[in-house]
Design a protein around this ligand. Structure first.
Ligand code: GCV
Length: 702
């Protein structure tokens, strides 16, 4: 171990290089006085691990305690000394029944961690009705050690608030990942089913540590080949690796599969032969994967086939697939991300217009999966108007963990704050307090996971996977607390480091909003790959893929009028929300240009005219990134050199690109507003044509 002097931070030990593979499950040695306290609280492990899930719990505990405390705790079947760690269900350890502990109900996946006295000995009990709850409890206990919490008088009980907590991989069978910035897909289809990459188990551990209980292995822009028998065997092998960790596997469905791999002449959901094909396919899948979760479907969206190709509705298509998986307990997650090229209506309105009339027409095992906002994972969007508008349809919230529109892997943007913002958004659908969190039965996160050693493409992007899982379990949790846990587990418990890095994370997403799309602007990114600014882009395949469609800047002002005088998208929200968003004086400034076309001279809350405010916000976003870079220069030396240097390099990229975003957008909007740069703020470094000439033919993720 090396000891280093860091200015103002006292003598600190620096761990050897780390590549980030261990994520937040690093289990590095605990320092004193915590180590001794924990060792005396955990002297023996009482566990009977008969099921694969309890075996996983036991091996995680032994790995964790060995790493954290340097001890190998022997597994015994009864409490015989103080400091017993009792881990199991009433089935695996019948003596637990006598303690009559109150537990979260069976099937809830919840757990309890309790201090107790058993046979005169002090004990700590991790228990649940189901084995998977015990596994979740074990990860919680390890987190307490990793974050240096007390183990005295514990009375913890946790039940997930959201039933389905699912990752969506946009991974293709050739291992490319749509909107992926972390290497190739981790699913090595070519070598499956015979080779099970140990990564699959580490993936499962990481997810189970957060309570994620499902994963969709394939891209929503789907390939019918994934439903062929040989590929189903491969999926079954992955399912086998994930099963002990309580994770069920789902696949995406290509609606035209009966034609493309089934030899039928139609995929019409009303056709008996098509229905039968899907029923047989479902039976075949469940023979191989008895706990298969079901299907995720993108239909009649961005060129994907769907029921509308045959004059049928989304409900007709979803219900046909739902009937095929229903006998096996499966579900269909049907995506609401649809918008039509042909329709001249505001793109933000189209999903609502399509699905709202179908409320009540879906089968019980269909869940409608709705993106957090009505456009497409922008740095900030108002919540999607379908939340609250479909009271008779179970809804899932879909968020992006991968950062397609927030700077890919090299920009540090902690998304815990974004997820928190949407989960807490009040739809007013059933009166005040009808938050998005209260209206959903599931959460899906588009994964940012790939074959890179650090899994997510950057060390800080691991935090977004982590925050997604923690908030899916408990949408009422605070994104700041989650960031704090993550920093402690991922880097160090050093108080200065934790405080400064969490502060930086909490500001980071707003910084991206400011240097890319402040004040409710959206979709100013380059066409196709979405890397960098292109607010001038017009033309291409479709109008609603162009920035000019969304910002509508002209000599008078800027913004998309979605009020009653414009597209009236505001009318899709419940009364009080519609009234607020639709009123120029009451709309939050964060959504100003999302809902209104506003004169350049409009007086903002700050007292500045809109034009000045816009330039000010762009500049502020860059300034925050510069502060973040400096913060890391100060505290980065507290972590190992390998991770320190990568984070530092990426922050330099982010600072450079934030400035590029700011300068390109300011230069372009100035060419339209014809207003001077406000005094004291720098002019763009280059003329507009310089930015227009930049091109990136090999930007990743496209
Ligand atoms: C998987 C956006 C992305 C696409 C993505 C699509 C979707 O349009 O750019 O890559 O396709 O959303 O969510 O289906």
């Amino acid at each position: 171990m090396v000891v280093l002097w860091v200015a103002g931070l006292a003598l600190v030990p620096i761990a050897s290089a780390e590549d980030g593979y261990d994520l937040w499950l690093r289990y590095r040695p605990v320092e004193q006085p915590f180590a001794d306290r924990y060792r005396s609280a955990l002297t023996q492990l009482v566990i009977r691990s008969e099921s694969p899930t309890l075996q996983a719990a036991r091996s995680e505990l032994q790995r964790g305690l060995h790493g954290l405390l340097g001890i190998t705790v022997a597994a015994v079947e009864g409490v015989s000394q103080d400091g017993a760690l009792v881990v199991g269900t009433r089935r695996s350890l019948p003596f637990l029944a006598e303690l009559k502990l109150s537990l979260p109900p069976p099937g809830s996946q919840g757990y309890a961690i309790r201090s107790a006295t058993i046979g005169g000995h002090s004990a700590l009990i991790v228990t649940a009705e189901d084995d998977v709850g015990v596994l979740y409890g074990v990860f919680h206990l390890l987190r307490l050690l990793q974050t240096r919490q007390s183990l005295d008088r514990l009375e913890l009980q946790q039940t997930p608030a959201v039933q389905r907590r699912v990752l969506n991989h946009w991974d293709n069978l050739d291992r490319s990942v749509e909107r992926g910035y972390a290497g190739q897909s981790i699913w090595d289809w070519h070598k499956l089913p015979d080779a099970i990459d140990p990564r699959y188990v580490d993936y499962a551990r990481a997810n189970a540590s957060l309570g994620i209980n499902g994963t969709v292995l394939t891209n929503v822009n789907s390939n019918a080949v994934s439903l062929r028998p040989d590929y189903l065997e491969k999926a079954a092998a992955v399912a086998g690796a994930l099963r002990p960790y309580g994770i069920s596997v789902f696949l995406t469905v290509r609606f035209a599969a009966p034609i493309e791999i089934g030899g039928l002449s139609t995929a019409d959901p009303a056709d008996p032969a098509v229905k039968q094909w899907w029923q047989k396919k479902a039976a075949e899948i469940y023979r191989l994967i008895p706990d298969f979760g079901g299907f995720l479907v993108k239909a009649n969206s961005e060129g994907q086939p769907g029921p509308q190709d045959y004059g049928r509705s989304h409900a007709d298509g979803a219900n046909m697939l739902a009937a095929a998986v229903a006998p096996f307990g499966g579900v269909v997650m049907w995506r609401a991300f649809v918008y039509s090229n042909e329709r001249p209506d505001d793109r933000a309105k189209q999903a609502y217009s399509e699905f709202k009339p179908l409320d009540g027409r879906f089968s019980d095992n269909v869940l409608l999966q709705v993106k957090n906002g009505p456009i497409d994972f922008q740095p900030r969007e108002p919540f999607h108007p379908l939340f609250g508008a479909m009271p008779r349809t179970p809804l899932m919230l879909e968020v992006q963990i991968t950062k397609e529109y927030l700077g890919f892997a090299t920009h540090l943007a902690y998304l815990g704050t974004l997820y928190e913002e949407v989960l807490r958004a009040d739809t007013y659908a059933r009166g005040p307090g009808s938050t998005v969190a209260k209206l959903i039965t599931g959460i899906a996160g588009v994964a940012n996971i790939g074959s890179d050693r650090n899994w997510s493409g950057s060390h800080f992007d691991q935090a977004n996977w982590y925050a997604f899982g923690r908030l899916a379990w408990n949408p009422a949790a605070s994104s700041a607390d989650i960031a704090r846990d993550w920093v402690r587990m991922t880097f160090t418990n050093d108080a200065t480091f934790v405080a400064r890095v969490v502060d930086m994370m909490m500001k980071s997403r707003q910084a991206v909003v400011d240097y890319m799309t402040p004040l409710g602007l959206h979709h100013l990114m380059a066409e196709g790959h979405h890397y960098g600014p292109q607010p001038w882009f017009d033309g291409g395949k479709r109008a609603d893929w162009t920035p000019v469609y969304f910002h509508r800047a002209d000599a008078q002002g800027i913004g998309f009028d979605r009020s009653a005088s414009g597209s009236n998208a505001v009318a899709q929200y419940a009364g009080p929300v519609a009234a607020q968003f639709g009123d120029l004086r009451r709309v939050p400034e964060d959504y100003l240009l999302w809902f209104h076309h506003v004169p350049w001279s409009y007086r903002m809350h700050s007292g500045r005219p809109l034009w000045d405010e816009l330039v000010y916000r762009y500049t502020h976003g860059v300034d925050v990134v510069s502060e973040m870079r400096k913060t890391w220069d100060d505290v980065g030396p507290l972590v190992d050199a390998e991770r320190r240097d990568q984070v530092a390099a990426f922050l330099r990229i982010q600072e450079k690109e934030a400035k590029w975003w700011r300068d390109a957008c300011v230069a372009y909007f100035q060419s339209i507003s014809q207003r001077p740069i406000p005094s004291g703020l720098p002019p763009p470094e280059h003329p507009l044509d310089y930015y227009k000439a930049l091109s990136f033919p090999y930007a990743p993720g496209n």
